[in-house]
Design a binder for this molecule. Structure first.
Ligand SMILES: [Zn+2]
Ligand SMILES: [Zn+2]
Length: 365
């Protein structure tokens, strides 16, 4: 079967042939992979900045944003059935008894760092025609969401942020507020974050560099959010000009931009970091103002990394709401669908919003 793998030793990204998986046993499930989304993490792995092959392997099969169909089930499988559409989760728990989060199936809060991530860290990913997975790592997807369900994994970034926001803002009379929320950045994570905030009934804004008359700005408005262009309002003046925000959801991965946006965080505000910046030169930052504001305004800065099963379940509910409210806009987030043989090239260049690899192999006999 075909797969796409990176070879860090020789710095190659290419299509490879792999043996088909052995028959499933126990609670294992054989999955026919239908679609795999490509994101910045894959491009970083493809640029050899990130990504670790499984122990003993010279390559890593990439792909972590998958939609698949159950084609065979082991004798102990009870949660999924043949023919189900599923999205697999990405992170697998570490083996250490002392890691309470992993032992409680919350490997997104792993404390040892010895977790594995399919397609990213020490475990092959889903950009291959067939995958064996344990049923406990699968989330069943309603058929009616099949054309957008590949967005589930990237949407879990926002879904986990929403869960965390709900949990930490219990510290104040949160429910009674009319929440003003800002997504910083209009890439896939920012747009999906905005959609999540809109379906959570927040008064939602998206701030990005594209002009207010760009297609991207139109897309933001079609998702029910207000677009603010960096060409019209400098980031350092956003709070003064457009009012402060109760939640800022960072989706740019550039620390200088993220910290500049703190000016727009209001009293009792929550700033959620989701991006992972590349290491660069140190940036000067006014730590006195930062600390004064955090204390005097009861502000909270929160980092979040993906994601538990509950975030996947929430992401699917949000997708369903999104498909009810603005189906065409949601579909239009997927700007490219390409066959697997073009995937290695796709990983080294970026265009559009979300690029998806379609795997259209024949039936396995
Ligand atoms: Zn991703
Ligand atoms: Zn752990």
């Amino acid at each position: 079967m075909r797969a796409v793998a990176v070879f860090p030793g020789t710095r190659e990204v290419r299509l490879i042939e792999r043996p088909e998986p052995p028959p499933v046993k126990g609670s294992q499930v054989l999955l026919k992979v239908l679609e795999v989304g490509i994101c910045g993490t894959d491009r970083e792995i493809g640029a050899f900045e990130y990504g670790t092959p499984p122990p003993g392997s010279d390559h890593l099969v990439i792909g972590h944003e998958a939609l698949a169909e159950v084609t065979e089930t082991g004798p102990d499988v009870t949660l999924v059935r043949k023919g189900d559409l599923v999205v697999p989760t990405v992170r697998r728990p570490c083996p250490h008894a002392r890691c309470h989060p992993c032992r409680a199936e919350r490997q997104d809060f792993c404390i040892t760092g010895d977790f594995r991530e399919r397609g990213i860290k020490e475990a092959h990913g889903f950009l291959q025609e067939w995958v064996v997975e344990d049923e406990e790592h699968l989330v069943v997807v309603p058929r009616k969401l099949s054309d957008v369900a590949v967005l589930t994994e990237p949407l879990t970034v926002a879904a986990k942020a929403a869960e965390q926001a709900q949990a930490v803002q219990q510290r104040l009379p949160w429910e009674r507020q009319r929440v003003r929320a800002l997504a910083l950045g209009a890439g896939p994570v920012g747009l999906l974050g905005a959609m999540s905030m809109v379906v959570n009934h927040f008064d939602t804004f998206v701030y990005s560099l594209e002009s207010a008359t760009s297609e991207r700005a139109d897309l933001v408005r079609s998702l029910g959010a207000t677009y603010v262009s960096g060409k019209d309002v400098p980031l350092g003046e956003l709070g003064q000009k457009r009012g402060t925000f109760d939640i800022i959801y960072e989706a740019v991965g550039v620390s200088k931009v993220a910290f500049a946006a703190l000016e727009a965080l209001g009293p009792n505000g929550l700033f959620i970091f989701t991006g992972i910046p590349a290491h660069g030169r140190p940036n000067p930052i006014d730590t006195d103002t930062l600390m004064r504001n955090i204390v005097l305004r009861n502000q909270l800065l929160l980092g979040t990394v993906n994601a538990s099963r509950s975030a996947y379940a929430l992401a699917l509910r949000e997708l369903e709401q999104g498909m009810f409210l603005f189906p065409q806009s949601l579909r239009s987030l997927i700007t490219h669908r390409t066959p697997i043989q073009e995937a290695p090239a796709l990983i080294t260049r970026h265009s559009g919003i979300k690029q998806v690899v379609q795997l259209t192999s024949g039936r396995r006999d």
